[in-house]
Design a protein around this ligand. Structure first.
Ligand SMILES: [Zn+2]
Length: 116
């Protein structure tokens, strides 16, 4: 009986060790806000400078610095595509991200048409 318990404990230990190594834990989940049909804020003075594009550009610069410092990351999107907010959150949880950074930009409410 003791032998069976000992073998069981070894099997569980090996499983936990392997599963921990197989889990894709990442340092940072980078979320360029909006995307696709969700343009984010729009400034009437600069109608082509949609928030979704600015967020993605800043996110790409940010992940460059993460790479420089050796941090691991996953981006919610790296193209102009719509991603549900819940999908972003669940992906970060599934990846066991240590930080979730969602990039957005402030709004000049006097000159903005909001399209989210
Ligand atoms: Zn936003």
């Amino acid at each position: 009986m003791r032998q069976k318990i000992r073998i069981f404990v070894y099997v569980i230990s090996i499983f936990l060790l392997l599963s921990k190594n197989c889990l894709s834990q990442i340092d940072v989940y980078v979320d360029p806000g909006h995307g696709g049909s969700a343009s984010g804020t729009v400034n009437s003075n600069y109608p082509d400078a949609l928030e979704k594009f600015i967020n993605l550009a800043i996110a790409e610069k940010f992940v460059d610095s993460l790479e420089y410092f050796g941090d691991t990351y996953v981006m919610s999107r790296d193209i102009d595509a719509f991603v549900f907010n819940t999908d972003r959150a669940y992906e970060a949880i599934d990846l066991d991200a240590q930080a979730f950074i969602s990039i957005h930009h402030n709004v000049d409410w006097l000159h903005v048409n909001k399209n989210i």
